[in-house]
Design a protein around this ligand. Structure first.
Ligand code: NAD
Length: 403
């Protein structure tokens, strides 16, 4: 296969090189670096948790867990001995208001002075809901790649409406990332959750509060996530470790940069039409990347180079046809095409119509999204452009730029 020249939007073999700092001045920026201690490593939850809790100076910990992570959560809580003051296992997706209330009551009854969440974004979110009204410090032990554990963002659902907000009180004081705890995540769930983290990274390049530091974390996150997602042995501890590292970077970049066009689209599609969260993110992301590429060539170049350096798109660029299982002729030469190939290989459906969105809902969705588009999105995204983007994503057409 003939290699293509590397350009801003290409994922070509010639582009797999360490990135020099570009010439010229660094653009001015200001941001609030977020506090919090992070402990990362296989086995650390089991070996370090008691000492880390003691280090925080707390003595009455409420465990918050649920779903498939509950058994390991109980095992970890057992290592706290007399410091464990109570257990709340009523975690539900998207933190229903009634669940938040019940968890707050449990914290009061237990006389808790700290909250320990063990699980995915739903467990972390429940602990955050308690911290929001009580100010109790959160210790988070994530078991998926949601990234919520490093953000100050909370969300509570009342009826069908999810309210979100930002408050430093909900930002976990301590995060223990233990890849061993993610070994139980089925490959399909790990892939979907990893692609969700990928969306945080890609979007961080043009989200409203981006800066050079968040972009750096996002770029490294893409490298870690893409390489691990494309691995032929998805349940390997090393692969899970790279996914968790990528998820940490993704959450950190998202926490600083905020939500851009992609997250605004997914917020409407998920909230209004109840589409499955991770699959929806994985389907929409390549279309937003293709849409924004003409207005953000430097970002697209960095995303493309990170994908290529990860090896995930090596086959698509003709480097190693057998390594990722992608056919060398796959149309993955743009970053958007490469991301779509990765999602396809991971079993993500082609279009939004495959996960329940109806064609007659596209126009309404575009109208609902338009007012939420950040004003500095790299490419103007009016209702007509959004309708075209959504139609392509709905039909599962190859992602193309907006021209
Ligand atoms: P989740 O916590 O509901 O977990 C998804 C599924 O994975 C559940 O069925 C759970 O039981 C299972 N699971 C978790 N850990 C497991 C393990 N180790 N082995 C086997 N199964 C396991 O969902 P999620 O995808 O982790 O997080 C999504 C939620 O997080 C959404 O509500 C989203 O809005 C929120 N979120 C919030 C932020 C933020 O900054 N506030 C950021 C990202 C996501």
């Amino acid at each position: 296969m003939r290699p293509e020249p590397a350009g801003p939007g290409s994922v070509g073999p010639g582009s797999v090189r360490p990135e020099p700092v570009p010439p010229g001045p660094v653009p001015p920026f200001a941001f609030d670096a977020l506090p919090g201690r992070v402990v990362f490593g296989p086995g650390t939850a089991r070996t370090e948790l008691p000492a880390e809790v003691a280090r925080l100076g707390v003595s009455r910990v409420l465990l918050i867990a649920g779903g498939s992570a509950e058994p390991v959560a109980r095992e970890l809580a057992g290592t706290l001995g007399g410091r464990l003051a109570g257990v709340f296992t009523g975690v539900r997706p998207h933190v229903p208001a009634a669940v938040a209330q019940a968890a707050r009551r449990e914290a009061a009854v237990a006389g808790a002075d700290a909250l320990l969440s063990v699980g995915g974004g739903s467990a972390t979110g429940t602990a955050k809901a308690v911290a929001l009204t009580t100010g109790l410090p959160v210790i988070a032990v994530p078991t998926t790649y949601a990234g919520s554990e490093v953000t100050p963002v909370w969300g509570i659902t009342e009826g069908e409406r999810k309210t979100t907000g930002t408050d430093l009180r909900v930002l976990p004081r301590l995060v223990i990332y233990d890849p061993e705890l993610t070994l139980g995540l089925p490959p399909g769930l790990a892939a979907a959750s990893g692609l969700n983290a990928m969306a945080h990274c890609v979007e961080a390049f043009w989200a409203p509060r981006r800066n050079p530091v968040s972009s750096l974390a996002a770029e490294e996150g893409i490298r870690a996530l893409a390489g691990a997602l494309a691995s032929a042995s998805p349940a390997d501890l090393g692969v899970r470790s790279r996914l968790l590292y990528g998820a940490y970077l993704a959450g950190s970049a998202f926490a600083v940069a905020g939500s851009g066009l992609h997250h605004k689209i997914c917020h409407v599609l998920g909230g209004r039409y109840d589409l499955p969260h991770a699959q929806m993110h994985a389907i929409v992301l390549p279309y937003v990347l293709a849409f924004n590429t003409p207005g953000a060539p430097e970002a697209a170049g960095r995303i493309g180079r990170a994908l290529a350096a990860s090896g995930a798109t090596a086959a698509a660029s003709g480097l190693a046809p057998s390594a990722s299982g992608l056919a060398p002729s796959a149309p993955g030469r743009t970053p958007a095409g490469a991301l779509r190939d990765l999602a396809t290989r991971l079993g993500i459906p082609a279009g939004l119509r495959d996960i329940g969105l109806r064609e007659d809902q596209l126009a309404e969705a575009a109208e609902l999204i338009e007012p939420a588009v950040p004003p500095d999105n790299p490419v103007p995204a009016g209702a007509a452009a959004l309708r075209r983007l959504l139609r392509a994503a709905w039909a599962g057409q190859p992602p193309a730029d907006p021209s």
